[in-house]
Design a protein around this ligand. Structure first.
Ligand code: PEP
Ligand code: MG
Length: 555
């Protein structure tokens, strides 16, 4: 299907009203509401000649006011969510928007070249960023990223995209070319009705976030984003993989009926709360939930999960300008374990890299980032980053039922190195008389290497959690981010199922437990097989907990 061909019809350039666009379902569920289009920031900024320079300058003044307003709102939101010190960056940005040198340079470009405001801001932003980056002072060098950031904000406002203004937005259906995990993690989940993207893959972290948030999501929808405007109405039918813009009255009433029926189904599932995850012949399995931030804990409790089987701690590192401090991390982990009471909380250490990028890590460009410098490799090579997180984890472990889990393990030596660093951290905390506890420690089994040596690993660790997303990627040699390979990606591949069985058996031989925290754990077509294999725990997106429980109880 070409970009413009939908259900066999040619889409006329501007008419999308009432047409059905088909994509691939990431998370089902139906919704209806206003659209917010996030345009690709990589789009080149056009240079156009203008007749009236003062009018363009007036546009810049208007955009400056809007940008300051957005930043003030972002500051308020950030103070509440991440604390004053991390929020301060938005104050710095507000001050930078008042800098005379920066503003005069923009006005000068408009007046002398008689060009559009967007272009003048882009050129000035690039020039200033280059100037800052070349300075000797480290503090001034770091301002290069900030000047780029404020310039992008102005450009988004000038070109009517307003993309980053998540603080002020109404609940909306987000339509974009693609979304990165760091963009997604910054959004206020309560304000997202659905995600619809032109690109993306079902196993990407953005897709995982959508599932975690219980938000209908479609990828690979062949849209021409020039035809879609913010403010349009749309219907998203996740189950059918369908989106309709500017629907007709009858399409709206059909959608309303569908939404009502889905809500009724959800209401029935609520009846399973408080019930055991027990098969008819008395076998039980733990059903835990996956989270990415402290604010997800509400969904875990709401869906009656028995614990948290995977807290993707790297999301604390995304969507910001600098590393989270030990204290920030400690507060986040402590809040999660305390909120969960006696229930188990498994926190995975930093799994940054590949599709989860944060500029301040300065990871550099790699030809094969999924096979590159990521996760435990960064932690072992840059132990100062790892130790900060471990200190926070050991301290938080004193407040509840916390376990630590290490990602992307491929060897016994890595586990030994990790334990040596944990030991160092423990000694430092003891010396400084800071309360701590060394908790249960396990590893993720998400590389074929880890599967093959799982007998040896089992002797060293307390538990295994199988990361089927990466295990499938590395076993089948299929990039989980590559949309073109979706048809080849078979998560039910025999190789994967045999690997899971092998890992569970090796864990049990050593008296250890083994769970699954990859997306496959939530695949109810396999629940019965997992229980029969003896899998001890399934950790799934919070909205899937009761669906998996229903399946187990029906066995
Ligand atoms: C996995 O790989 O299955 C996993 C759970 O980790 P992530 O999806 O975050 O890579
Ligand atoms: Mg993984």
């Amino acid at each position: 299907m070409t970009g413009k061909e939908v259900l066999g019809m040619e889409v006329s350039e501007k008419k999308v009203s009432g047409k059905k666009f088909l994509g691939k379902t990431v998370y089902s569920g139906s919704t209806m509401g206003k659209v917010m289009v996030l345009r690709n920031h990589q789009e080149p900024i056009r240079r156009t000649k203008v007749e009236d320079a003062e009018q363009e300058i007036g546009r810049v003044h208007g955009a400056l006011e809007d940008a300051k307003q957005q930043l003030a709102e972002l500051y308020e939101k950030a103070v509440k969510e991440v604390g004053e010190s991390s929020a301060a960056i938005f104050e710095v940005h507000q001050m930078m928007l008042e800098d005379d040198d920066y503003l005069d340079a923009i006005f000068q470009v408009i007046r002398t070249e008689m060009v559009n405001a967007e272009y003048a801001v882009a050129v000035t932003g690039d020039n200033f960023a280059g100037m800052f980056a070349a300075m000797d002072d480290e503090y001034m060098q770091a301002r290069a990223a900030d000047v780029k950031d404020i310039s992008s904000r102005l450009i988004r406002i000038l070109s009517g995209q307003g993309g980053a203004d998540f603080a002020a937005m109404e609940p909306s259906i987000i339509v974009a070319d693609d979304l990165s995990p760091s963009e997604t993690v910054q959004m206020d989940k309560k304000k997202i009705l659905a995600f619809v993207t032109v690109h993306g893959s079902t196993n990407s972290h953005t897709a995982i976030l959508a599932r975690m948030m219980n938000i209908p999501a479609l990828i690979g929808v062949p849209l021409n984003l020039d035809e879609i405007q913010t403010g349009m109405t749309a219907i998203v039918d996740g189950a059918a993989g369908e989106v309709i813009f500017e629907p007709t009255e009858s399409q709206c009433s059909e959608a309303e009926e569908k939404i009502r029926m889905e809500q009724e189904k959800l209401r029935l599932l609520q009846g399973l709360k408080g019930k055991k995850n027990e098969t008819k012949d008395g076998r039980t399995i733990h059903i835990y939930a996956n989270i990415g931030s402290v604010s997800d804990v509400g969904y875990v409790l709401e869906n009656d999960a028995g614990g948290i089987g995977l807290f993707r701690s790297e999301f604390l590192y995304l969507g910001r300008d600098d590393f989270p401090t030990e204290e920030e991390q400690f507060q986040a982990y402590k809040q999660v374990v305390q909120t969960m009471g006696q229930k188990k909380v498994i926190i995975r250490t930093l799994d940054i890299g590949a599709d989860k990028q944060a500029d301040y890590f300065e990871l550099g460009k790699e030809d094969n980032p999924a096979l590159g410098y990521r996760a435990i490799r960064i932690c072992l090579k840059q132990p100062e980053i790892f130790k900060t997180q471990l200190r926070a984890l050991l301290r938080a472990a004193a407040y509840g039922n916390l376990s630590i889990m290490y990602p992307m393990i491929i060897s016994v030596e890595e586990v030994k190195q990790i334990y040596a660093i944990v030991e160092e951290v423990e000694q430092e905390l003891k010396r400084d008389e800071i309360p701590y506890r060394v908790p249960e420690q396990g590893v993720m089994i998400e590389t074929p290497a880890a599967v093959m040596i799982s007998d040896e690993l089992a002797e060293l660790v307390d538990f295994f959690s199988i990361g089927t997303n990466d295990l499938t990627q590395y076993t089948l040699a299929i990039d989980r981010q590559n949309q073109r390979l979706e048809d080849f990606y078979n998560p039910h591949h025999k190789a994967i199922l045999r690997m899971i069985k092998m890992v569970v058996e090796n864990a049990h031989k050593c008296g250890k437990w083994a769970g699954i925290c990859g997306e496959l754990g939530a695949d109810t077509a396999l629940t019965e097989e997992f229980v029969n294999m003896g899998v001890d725990e399934l950790s799934v997106a919070p909205p899937m907990v009761l669906k998996v429980r229903e399946k187990v109880r029906a066995m």
